[in-house]
Design a protein around this ligand. Structure first.
Ligand code: ADP
Ligand code: MG
Length: 724
């Protein structure tokens, strides 16, 4: 009987490519067809109700009950017209994925028949059984149940015949149990602080929205091969596997054409995404074999994040139709690139101005510099918190290793803007600014077109790319709300401080523009240490960063300390984005998931090692024993079975090592499990249990190289990585 690996390989060879139907080559014909957006609201609601809902979307006004009733009924008729039978509140609990609990529209009537109903109450609020979502002790201590509440700023949509209503998830005592609540608070803090600062330049600005474009990297693998790798389907990454002879060294995948099977998947996935209003725009191969990327056009942040969460779910669903599995893990394969999720971020006013876009006039550039320098200073001040916001057991494989953006948070500006800041820092500020508009000596000339691909620095975790900052250190499976809450929050806080500093100077009699420049100059000087234009992967940078006093925390349990530092506590308190209890709860949840994931990986390694890898090696070893014995029985001399003996010995050595190390790992795990303090426990798992993964794997991978290919049961890297 052929082993599971060969059955999987056979299945791969018989794949046919499903036909992909695109509703129309004109995307505008079907874009957002499955979204209850403003256009549909207008169509399905009375003028009055429509205006009411728009007000609440734009100004966050609460929705009166009778309006909710009208909207619910309109949503239901629209959704049923599109074939939906159920509805669900769709939310983002701290588990990292999205959650849903479906209810049917139909309700039985007393006469034994049924009607279709969807009430305003059901739209506005629901009570999923929250007891199984992580709450970091909040619920245990206070026995608060959670409820979901409609977030009208993100439109409802239909997926799998279900009307999905984006919601927030909070406990009855008011604590946030999800990613969305703190994000919305941070965005509102940013809006307020940024508008105040905008008024130095333009009184007509009433709102500032943060915008976000998320580039999503992922791997594809055939579903049969995936199912033949218990490590992949249990942990999302391969825990064993010798590197393929060919991997990414020729860099030919990045520039190569997209394989036909993958292309069909992408078209299908894009169509579904576009129907859901996700503005997917680009697709391409990534550096590693079988690694790809897609990116939508940027949107208002809350929507961009909902769309990214939805997209990850959608990719998985569509992949099944194509017999693929999407790997969103940050490091599915050791030895080749991992995956990230670049967060392109900027701030845009209701007058349409991108605050991170340099302008034509000196005045515009002073405005640009204000937001630019404040962002730099915010990241400088709270680099540790930003680092904490992207910490996860998966992302440690990238940030800790010298391949993805490093764990040191630094900012890349490009030489042109670096020069501009250096110039401001060293030049004298002319106090004659107001009298003579030509005398803007404080502001050097800023080239309008900064975007230059040759000036890219791929090794920087936070890079300025023309008219936006790009946070590159976010993990591919992460919810971007976590780092985006922090980024918007720290910039909001920074802008408030900026306004305070500028106003103080103005009160002292400085002219406004002079005051602005003085503070900008001061901030440039203060935050200089975080700017770095060189190679972020290099050892020299680690040494230099240390001498600059920049943190370099490679592992999550320690990086997460920043969530509870005094400085962070003050920040959270002043902005009101997290209560102390919420911060502690999040800290606990993150540590809990950190060690549990390592615990699962350790168990999988133990099982695969003992039940799959060692038995395969012994099977081959027995064949060699038989062969050697046979040759000996024929009366041949020992030289004729020297190779057999040699391999038998080598196999024995690796088997013994694997077995004894698995036993030691189990002991280490048992010890770690007795630790009460969650931080200590996570650190113990990280430092005492995790190191065994590497050593056990080393010997298992050696066995993979020794054992007869036809007896090896786990699909090999070369089979997983090169799509047929
Ligand atoms: P790259 O600069 O990485 O080559 P793009 O210019 O295509 O790629 O941008 C990557 C992502 O950044 C896209 O999602 C794009 O919509 C987004 N983006 C572009 N401008 C902005 C902006 N002002 N704010 C936020 N995201 C933006
Ligand atoms: Mg990019």
């Amino acid at each position: 009987m052929s082993n599971i690996r060969f059955q999987a390989l056979e299945a791969v060879l018989t794949r046919t490519i499903p036909e992909v139907k695109i509703p129309s080559p004109k995307i505008s014909d079907f874009f957002a067809a499955n979204v209850f957006d403003k256009k549909k609201m207008k169509e399905y609601l009375s003028a009055e109700a429509y205006q009411g809902i728009i007000n609440s979307i734009e100004d966050g006004e609460p929705i009166p009950r009778d309006l909710a009733e009208q909207v619910a009924s309109a949503m239901r008729s629209w959704a049923m017209g599109k074939g939906a039978t159920h509805y669900t509140h769709w939310f983002q609990p701290l588990t990292g994925s999205t959650a849903e609990k479906h209810d049917a529209f139909f309700e039985p009537t007393p006469d034994g028949s049924a009607i279709e109903r969807f009430s305003g109450d059901a739209l506005a609020q629901q009570e999923p059984d929250a007891s199984s979502f992580p709450s970091g002790g909040i619920r245990n201590t206070f026995e608060a149940r959670g409820y979901t509440a409609w977030d009208p700023s993100s439109p409802a949509f239909i997926m799998a015949r279900t009307l999905c209503i984006p919601t927030v998830f909070v406990s009855y005592t008011g604590e946030a149990l999800d990613y969305k609540v703190p994000l919305l608070k941070a965005l509102s803090a940013l809006d307020n602080a940024a508008v105040d600062v905008c008024h130095y330049f333009d009184k007509s600005i009433e709102k500032v929205n943060a915008s976000l474009g998320i580039e999503q990297e992922y791997f594809l693998v055939d579903i049969a091969l995936f199912n033949a790798r218990p490590d992949l389907y249990l942990t999302g990454r391969t825990l064993f596997g010798h590197m393929s002879a060919k991997n990414q060294q020729l860099e030919d995948h990045y520039f190569g054409s997209i394989p036909e099977r993958v292309y069909a998947f992408m078209q299908d996935m894009e169509t579904e995404a576009l129907l859901l209003g996700i503005p997917l725009k680009t697709r391409h191969n990534e550096v590693a074999p079988s690694q790809f990327e897609c990116a939508p056009i940027y949107e208002e942040i809350n929507l961009a994040i909902d769309h990214n969460q939805l997209l990850m779910d959608l990719m998985d669903r569509v992949a099944r139709r194509h017999n693929f599995k999407v790997l969103l893990h940050e490091k599915p394969y050791a030895g080749i690139n991992g995956s990230g999720k670049h967060n392109n971020w900027s701030m845009i006013t209701d007058t349409g101005k991108n605050l991170l876009s340099p302008g034509k006039t000196p005045k515009n550039n002073l405005m640009f510099l204000t937001f630019f320098v404040n962002t730099i200073r915010a990241v400088y001040e709270h680099a540790d918190l930003l680092r904490a916001s992207i910490a996860s057991v998966n992302n440690d494989h990238r940030l800790g290793a010298n391949e993805a953006p490093p764990a040191i948070i630094s900012i890349f500006l490009g030489s042109q803007l670096s020069d501009v800041l250096d110039e401001i820092e060293t030049s004298r500020i002319s106090k004659k600014i107001k009298e003579d508009p030509l005398l803007w000596q404080g502001i050097p000339k800023i080239p309008q077109i900064l975007k230059d691909n040759t000036d890219r620095n791929r090794t920087s975790p936070f890079a300025f790319t023309g008219n936006k900052f790009e946070l590159r250190a976010v993990g591919s499976s992460a919810n971007s709300a976590s780092p985006m809450t922090i980024l918007n929050l720290i910039v909001a806080d920074q802008l408030k401080k900026f306004k305070y500093d500028v106003d103080k100077l103005i009160k002292k009699g400085e002219k406004k523009d002079v005051a602005l420049l003085i503070v900008i100059k001061k901030y440039i000087k203060e935050s200089k240490n975080i700017r770095f234009e060189g190679n972020g992967y290099s050892e020299e940078w680690e040494i230099e960063a240390q001498s600059r006093g920049l943190a370099n925390i490679k592992t999550s349990p320690k990086a997460l300390d920043a969530l509870l530092s005094d400085k962070t506590e003050l920040l959270f308190e002043e902005t009101g984005v997290f209560t102390k209890r919420e911060a502690h709860a999040r800290h606990e949840i993150l540590l809990d998931s950190f060690y549990k994931k390592l615990q699962i990986e350790a168990r999988v390694i133990g099982e695969l090692g003992m039940n799959i890898i060692i038995p395969a090696a012994i099977a081959y070893q027995s064949k060699l024993v038989e062969s050697a014995k046979g040759l000996k029985d024929l009366g041949l001399n020992a030289d004729t079975y020297k190779a057999q003996l040699d391999i038998i010995n080598k196999i024995a050595g690796h088997i013994n090592f694997i077995k004894s190390n698995i036993e030691e790992m189990v002991d280490a795990r048992k010890k770690a499990n007795t630790i009460e303090d969650i931080r200590e426990k996570a650190i113990d798992y990280d430092e005492k249990v995790k190191p065994f993964f590497q050593s056990i794997r080393y010997h298992a991978d050696k066995l993979e190289q020794l054992v007869d290919d036809s007896l090896w049961p786990l699909p090999k890297f070369r089979e997983l990585l090169f799509i047929k």
